[in-house]
Design a protein around this ligand. Structure first.
Ligand code: AMP
Length: 284
């Protein structure tokens, strides 16, 4: 694996790959890698001649400074995992490399109502930060294919919108969420859970699975309310639990039984904020 810290030298190398007719699959991450990240890299490896992973904990997407401070960093182990996975290239830029003119006065992006609902509502500024870093990374890497996780459902939609807005010629692939045996979606933040919190954490996926299994056409508020109560009973502080149109993320209070929906939740266990989502099968 070749490690690049500078955008210019990476770009030069990627240019030579392109000249030889190679294709580039890109997996951006914030490190503290787990099997979920590795599954994206594996898919990228199957569909491209070269795979590049970036590790960059982007300060501009953390609306909560404490979350940024405590974000797990496991660089040595990450490099070992990437080597094992056979990843060709690692981009490990500094903040200055990504934001040479500083983090103030960065562009803002018109991502419409995605900015005001769910993650957008509870993490003000977060998606502007995601757009800022992704715009810069996509400009540098110019990948044919970009691989992101369904785990961050709304983020995938925001990046899809960013690709439209910028006209960057990269195809976004949304990959399935990898889970622990008890159902908990893998996440770098899981490492911050205490043992007892970890034992409770699966409840978030359980509650979503229950919505998936029991949803009926008609009003949705009582199902959402009882799901919220289950989370609270298990010790979560709930930001939201919602049902939305799977394509537009328009929030739904009623279901006709046909529309493809997604159920999404975000909740704190202690100081750790977990998110998860599951698609609802419309043939139910
Ligand atoms: P992060 O390092 O958390 O920014 O995640 C980097 C990429 O990995 C994002 O596209 C995430 O959606 C994706 N990802 C995170 N967790 C999982 C998971 N459990 N399964 C699949 N992809 C994931």
């Amino acid at each position: 694996m070749i490690l690049f810290k500078q955008a210019a030298s990476l770009q030069q190398y990627l240019q030579s790959i392109r000249q030889e007719g190679g294709s580039i699959g890109f997996v951006p991450t914030m490190g503290a890698l787990h099997k979920g990240h590795l599954s994206l890299l594996e898919t990228a490896g199957k569909e491209n001649s070269h795979v590049i992973c970036s590790i960059f904990v982007n300060p501009t997407q953390f609306n909560d400074p404490a979350d940024f401070e405590k974000y797990p960093i496991t660089l040595e182990k990450d490099i070992e995992l990437l080597e094992q996975e056979g990843v060709d290239l690692l981009f490990l830029p500094s903040v200055l490399e990504i934001y040479p003119n500083g983090t103030r006065n960065l562009p803002t992006y018109d991502i419409g109502f995605l900015e005001t609902i769910l993650e957008g509502q509870y993490r003000p500024g977060h998606f502007q930060g995601v757009c800022q870093v992704m715009h810069r990374l996509l400009d540098i890497v110019q990948a044919e294919n970009l691989y992101m996780g369904q785990k961050d459902y709304q983020q995938c939609m925001v990046v899809g919108r960013l690709l439209q807005l910028t006209g960057i010629n990269t195809r976004l692939h949304t990959c399935a969420t990898l889970r622990e045996p008890d159902g908990l979606a893998m996440s770098s933040r899981n490492a911050r859970l205490s043992l007892s919190q970890r034992q409770t954490a699966f409840t978030i996926s359980d509650v979503l699975k229950n919505i998936q299994a029991t949803i009926q056409p008609g009003p949705l508020s009582s199902l959402l309310e009882s799901s919220k109560q289950k989370l609270e009973l298990a010790g979560f502080k709930v930001d939201y639990i919602a049902l939305a149109n799977a394509r537009t993320l328009e929030l739904k209070e009623n279901w006709d039984g046909m529309e493809q929906l997604v159920t999404l939740a975000a909740a704190y266990l202690g100081e750790v904020r977990l998110i998860d989502n599951m698609l609802i099968q419309s043939e139910k």
